[in-house]
Design a protein around this ligand. Structure first.
Ligand code: SF4
Length: 480
């Protein structure tokens, strides 16, 4: 080999070193027009999850078939459940002439073949770019008798080039209330509390909310309740329309005695509609991840309804505190990076801080300035929050640069983080959506006291497992 020739492995090594350098990180953070592996999905995916929570509802995608396949696949791989959704399969001709014919024909077929009790229609990029008017098209479909005149349909415009899946969830939920909820009967209420979980992909969380609220003796409706759609029992028979929020409960929603929202950023429009327009007794709490956030959730419930917190929940809290105390030495002082949706990160940060963990890099692709400020307030409230930087609008390639130049001990986030974690040689604890390379993670709650115990278990055991796997023989011990 001549002196001037560089072998492939040397140049690859140099390239990797450069990619891992501070110099490259600065270049990476200077990029403006390119997004690499953003930690978010598009609006219609969120609208679809919302629609799945209404019993008897068929989600209907006004747009291209490939988009519908992407939503179905992503949700299906996370939940390992079939995701019933239809699309009116817009193609090139609809892009030129508009998608009205597709919608009229699609509604007719969906109504006749799948016999839903209602449909939730939402759009993809193509329909939005050409400016399809869903309201007019659906009225024309009724006039053309493709569906009965009084067939219930809610529709939401969900343009994917703004916002993310959490915006789509919010738009669909607000549309469901605006289209299908009856007008509020003055001061009369139905005595029920409506709990809005937001874009929550843990059926275990919905079960946990129901358990906590019912333990307090509060009549409850979860809106939307996709628990069974996300986690149907195996009975040998496929039920296309599992249990969820009933249409009667949706119709009566604006007569609720109160609403409690457990995610601020995935339901902000619906929250404003319920609180400011409908003037319903409404509370918004941080996602109850960790002990303090769960305390705040239960206190808010108690203040809203006048119901005391029962002894069984106090005991459950005691068990969560005990589990945190037993495991604090494995988490205290450890440095963490995290990524995911704004509400998840707000809750998780609170949990980590109360465990003495040190959040260092927090990446939120779909986070706004309002989110950044709110999270900063949480971080400023703890001595363990001083080292953290909140990166909104950044993606997982930015996160990689952060991990390579300012190392941490663990990454928290969904399955997409496994590549960054591998490069940085740190463990990834899978929290969030989607989790497509592990099983059953969505079935255990991460909210409530039970959720706090689960998080402590996952994080502490992962550290101990890593120690066992990597320590020198002389430190390989029975006790950890
Ligand atoms: S971003 Fe647009 S084109 Fe891509 S899946 Fe979402 S709706 Fe379809």
């Amino acid at each position: 080999m001549s002196e001037n020739t560089t072998c492939a492995c040397t140049s690859t090594k140099a390239a990797v070193e450069y990619l891992n350098s501070v110099e490259y990180k600065e270049k990476n953070f200077a990029r403006k027009a390119l997004s690499i592996n953003p930690a978010k999905a598009c609006q219609p995916l969120g609208a679809l999850l919302c629609a799945l929570g209404i019993e008897g509802c068929l989600p209907f995608v006004h747009g291209s078939q490939g988009c519908a396949a992407y939503f179905r696949n992503t949700l299906n791989r996370h939940f390992r459940e079939p995701i019933p959704t239809v699309s009116d399969s817009m193609t090139e001709d609809s892009a030129v002439f508009g998608g009205q014919n597709n919608l009229i024909e699609g509604l007719k077929n969906a109504y006749q073949v799948y016999k839903p009790s209602m449909m939730a229609v939402f759009t993809t990029c193509m329909a939005e770019v050409i400016g399809d008017d869903l309201n007019a098209f659906i009225n024309n479909a009724r006039a053309a008798e493709s569906i009965p005149k009084d067939f219930p349909i809610a529709f939401a415009q969900t343009p994917s080039f703004v916002g993310s899946h959490i915006t789509g969830f919010d738009n669909m939920l607000k549309a469901l209330l605006q289209s299908l909820a009856d007008t509020r009967h003055g001061k009369w209420t139905n005595g029920r509390l409506y709990l809005v979980p937001g874009f929550d992909t843990y059926p275990g969380n919905l079960r946990e909310y129901k358990k906590l609220v019912r333990a307090m003796g509060i009549p409850l409706t979860v809106l939307p309740d996709a628990e069974e759609a996300m986690d149907a029992p195996h009975t040998g028979e496929y039920n296309m329309y599992p249990k969820g929020t009933t249409m009667a409960e949706l119709a009566d929603a604006l007569n609720a005695s109160g609403f409690i929202f457990t995610q601020k950023f995935s339901t902000s429009g619906t929250y404003k509609f319920v609180k400011n327009v409908q003037k319903i007794n409404t509370e918004m709490v941080t996602m109850p991840i960790g002990i303090k956030n769960t305390d705040n959730f239960l206190m808010a419930l108690s203040e809203m309804t006048g119901k005391p917190i029962p002894a069984e929940l106090e005991k459950e809290r005691g068990r969560a505190v005990d589990s945190a105390t037993d495991a604090h030495q494995y988490i205290h002082g450890k440095r963490f990076a995290m990524f995911g949706d704004p509400d998840l990160l707000l809750g998780l940060t609170g949990f980590l801080l109360e465990m003495g963990g040190i959040p260092v890099h927090i990446v939120c692709t779909n986070g706004t300035e309002a989110f950044r400020k709110e999270l900063q307030k949480v971080l400023d409230g703890s001595p363990f929050g001083k080292e953290a930087t909140v990166h909104t609008g950044r993606d997982l390639w930015h996160l990689r640069s952060l991990l390579m130049t300012e190392p941490v001990d663990m990454l928290l986030g969904d399955s997409h983080g496994k590549f960054d974690a591998k490069d940085a040689n740190i463990p990834l604890v899978r929290i969030g959506f989607p989790i497509v390379d592990r099983v059953n993670m969505h079935r255990s709650p991460i909210v409530g006291y039970e959720g706090a115990i689960n998080l402590v278990t996952m994080i502490a055991n992962t550290f101990m497992e890593q120690t066992d796997r990597t320590c020198p023989d002389r430190f390989f011990e029975l006790l950890r």
